[in-house]
Design a protein around this ligand. Sequence first.
Ligand code: ADP
Ligand code: MG
Length: 886
Amino acid sequence: MNLSKVTPMIKQYLSIKEKYADSILFYRMGDFYEMFFEDAKTASRILEITLTSRNKKDEHPIPMCGVPFRAAQNYIARLIDNGCKVAICEQVEDPAASKGLVKRDVVRVITPGMILDDELLDEKSNNYILAIACDNAIGLSCLDISTGSFRVYESKDFLSVIDEALRISPSEILLPESIKNAPLFFQINNALSEKSITFLDDKVFEYRKARERLIKQFKTVSLEGFGCEKLKAGVSAAGALIFYVLDTQKQQLDHITGIETYKLSNYLIVDDISSRNLELIKNIRTGSKPGTLINIIDRTITSMGGRLLKTWIRYPLIDIDKIKLRHDAVEEAKDNIQVRKRLRESLKSVYDLERLCSKICMGHSNARDLIALKQSIQSLPDICSALSLLQSELFKLTLNPDRLYGPANLIDSSIREDAPLTVNEGGIIKKGYNKELDGLINLSQEGKGWLARLETREKDATGINSLKVRYNKVFGYYIEIPKTHSEIVPANYVRKQTLVNAERYITDELKAYEKKVLGAEERRSALEYEIFNGIREQVITNNKTIQHAAQFLARLDCLLNLAEIAEQNDYNRPQINTDGRIIIEDGRHPVVEKMIAGERFVPNSINIDNDDNQIIIITGPNMAGKSTILRQVALIVLMAQMGSFVPAKKASINVTDRIFTRVGALDNLSSGQSTFMVEMEETANILNNANEQSLVIMDEIGRGTSTFDGLSIAWAVAEYLHDLNQKGVKTLFATHYHELTDLAQKKHRIKNYNIAVKEWNDEIIFLRKLVEGGTNRSYGIQVARLAGIPEYVIKRAKKILYNIESRENKLNGASIPPDRQHASIMGDHDKQQVQLNLFKQPETFVIEKLQQLDISKTTPIEALNYLNELKEKLKKNEHRTSNGKR
Ligand code: ADP
Ligand code: MG
């Protein structure tokens, strides 16, 4: 573009745009934000608004589009949603006072992680921006500027950092420029691909500067008090975040007063895949809330409580004492129905104090925010008095509400309840709060009477009854007289405007008056704005107390919520133990029990420990309820450790350090990736990280590959989990490979269970009851009939099955290579039937057992029992064969 040719305005535009190349520049012109050049093309496409051009006749017209200033929010939200950043460029001097082009500058950059407006934020979710920095270790820091929540974490384990980033699920990520070519970046990018990544100069991440920035922000001398002095990479990441926020927001961040250093080893870790499989926050298929745990257990009243509850789900505790404190509180609140109801009622008038506080600190608040703050504080006395009726440690007041009453009274005496959304048009401050303001208000109110009097006087003087004194923005005050009376207008009237039927006049008197009144109106708005800011400043000095109150109320809301849902959903208090046992009596799946219509949810009991019942293999036909019981155990453990009561008659839960889940490829159709590969990666992760304090859920692993591979992998994985570190890992293993039940004979901590079904008239009835022992039937055809497969196909399938099974019997003992068995037209399920002798046959088993037996050391009774066991084993085989021949 030839710069000598462009107008001064475009020149100004370009020089500003240059500094904000990666953002869409909203250039303020009067009542509009205008966009030019490429920005205009992008924005008009995303916002579906008309693309025009600025100088149509020119050889190279400049593309342009615009949105009204007052409706900008909406448009900004849509651009942000589409991964854009928006730089807001305002007129920074009064257009009336300026000579020539009005000065303009960017006052704020809005990015996905830098949103403060309530309308653009989900009230029950945090909006985190995340930074990652590398040193000897990898540091990760996240900040929600809308709440002031600021945390830092460091680890040498790269995968754990990625996983933590996913847990935080930020809306924006900051990375140092130089990472772009590192393998690390590709992994980050892979894992967090949809997120918006912003690269910053490496200097921004430089440790020393980053540390200084933090110290300055927190007004401390070191970071010792926050426990992150030694975390070089963590501090670098946190410092980069502060840089970015200051740079984009261009203002102080008084509400960010500290940073929390945390360790994942203090929490029960549920990796990202597992939390997706368990559908804690998001439905695995739809990505939305229905069908999730949060949807069932979130009855919080405040947004702060809602956000905290999500944090509790993501970070369940492992400190027994802390878990018990929560249970104590939930129990007390559950039992004290009256107090609970009263407290929950009071919480309804508590607004989002965290976000209010941030808005007030950052100067984005209006009078309504102050009113909301006041009303929230005003509900404290009632909350405090209700709390005094409760004993639990977590209900003890840790805040001094007296310190908040001052600000509340200040707001009460000064801010009008009906204040407008804008802060510079007056109407904010109550009468009686400020003398000067009252004087100005009187003046403009007296003015109305004066005008009426003037009108009457002029009517009388001129004898024109239709004479009106009126006001408009363009002409100010004027006298309007119908044209029919033009002749008799007095000489001191000066004509200003001619309409079709009337003429408009001014007089000196009217102009003098106008000056006084309009001046007063303007002075009034300015003064109100000034007073409002003063009040805001005073309120800010209490920001730490407000934040503290916010945290306390959020926790209170969560605990009351857990009590409420415990009552509504019939949950009971779990015991927490360290003896390695997970004992659940009559447990239910918290979500499925609410989803099944018509059918009653059948509770199930289960014991898992590190001695005899460590690996529970659960078999049963499709649709029997295997996946449900697996997830239900994991959810009950997680709920117990987050402080919730659990859907079970009784439960005693060993403090679990990690929950891993692996769900077979077909149960999890959501991704288009090579499912088998993903499955194996996830399995590897479990095998490398689980220990005897962990809980592993294996749901149909091996499904993603051929039956033989799958069965072999499932078998080997189960063995490995049993033998891991000679201690093994508590595992629930659902499988349709009923051959796996043979494992229980080889490995003593493995036990077989199945979900009972009843056969009735060639149909099956699901009993949903977990019972001891394995199964050897899949009932695939019956399930297919239930699903509505046409009778013809069912009959045909039965016939094929019959053929296969008779062939299997012929094959028994014969050495047909597995690949030949594969070469058939049968489906996977049918093939399984052919593979019964893949693993050790009962005969071999019996022979081996006899060889092992030392008769000289065996009592007659033992020998008899032994014989009995061998006979049982053979009987089982007979049973299989006869089943096959049916
Ligand atoms: P599987 O994994 O064995 O194929 P699922 O666990 O997916 O079976 O369960 C299938 C359906 O059966 C569930 O969607 C639910 O509707 C129902 N179901 C499962 N467990 C129970 C139960 N204990 N009580 C009642 N219905 C259940
Ligand atoms: Mg299943």
